[in-house]
Design a protein around this ligand. Structure first.
Ligand code: Y39
Ligand code: FE
Ligand code: FE
Ligand code: FE
Length: 230
């Protein structure tokens, strides 16, 4: 039963909810589509992991289909134009890094930053989702942990030679994530997702990832809060 939804008095059929959902649902659909493409690109950059990365890219397409069904279930049309703009900063940085063969930057953007953003968002969404979307999202979030794990394992194995590029890529991309969170905060609130909870969950996931890769606590404090102001 939708106990939390009742407690927060969420009306999934209200115009207000559906309007906010048209953007959040689009962000998630676009994010899954771009994640699909990013893992195909990574498969080309990392031939040794090709098979596994193609498998991850296929999971992302399935996620996209699942979230498209969530929108249809609420009779919401996703605002894909909004979503494309929302992802443009990270999209361009990933494309440019890929063109230069900077696999460490690509992994930081997709497998650390975007996966942690997805895990935070899905964890916060699950308790306040409608029954249909909750079941879909519960299945998806398990996969996202495995995508994050791929990035962690690869970067841990190549930590020494990747450290400087990771620092630079973090500096370039983490401020973009905070900007994205601010842009989506009002719509997320309508879905009963608190910005503070999203920020907190993101910081926990990202900090843990950096720790698993080999960064010290001191490095993590500096890296994970970079660009977080206001
Ligand atoms: O790896 C993945 O599947 C990630 C692409 C998906 C990103 C989803 C982005 C979620 C942000 C939603 C913000 C709602 C508050
Ligand atoms: Fe593209
Ligand atoms: Fe996904
Ligand atoms: Fe993913």
């Amino acid at each position: 039963m939708q106990q939390l939804a009742a407690e927060f008095e969420i009306d999934f059929n209200s115009e207000k909810y559906k309007d906010a959902y048209s953007r959040i649902n689009a962000i998630v659909i676009e994010g899954e589509q771009e994640a699909h493409e990013n893992y195909i690109t990574l498969a080309q950059l990392l031939p040794k992991s090709q098979e596994e990365l193609i498998r991850l890219s296929k999971m992302e397409s399935r996620h996209k289909k699942g979230f498209e069904a969530c929108g249809r279930n609420l009779q919401v049309t996703p605002d894909m134009e909004f979503a494309k703009k929302f992802f443009l900063g990270l999209h361009e940085n990933f494309q440019n890094a890929a063109a230069e063969g900077k696999v460490v930057t690509c992994l930081l953007i997709q497998s650390l930053i975007i996966e942690c953003f997805a895990i935070a968002a899905y964890n916060i969404y699950i308790p306040v989702a409608d029954d249909f979307a909750r079941k879909i999202t519960e299945g998806v979030v398990k996969d996202e942990y495995s995508h994050l794990n791929f990035g962690e394992v690869w970067l841990k194995e190549h930590f020494t030679e990747s450290k400087a590029e990771l620092e630079a890529a973090n500096r370039q991309n983490l401020p973009i994530v905070w900007k994205m969170l601010n842009e989506v905060a009002d719509d997320a609130q309508v879905l009963a997702m608190e910005k503070e909870a999203l920020v907190e969950d993101f910081m926990i996931q990202y900090g843990e990832a950096l720790s698993n890769i080999g960064f010290t606590t001191r490095d993590i404090m500096r890296l994970s809060a970079y660009g977080l102001t206001g």
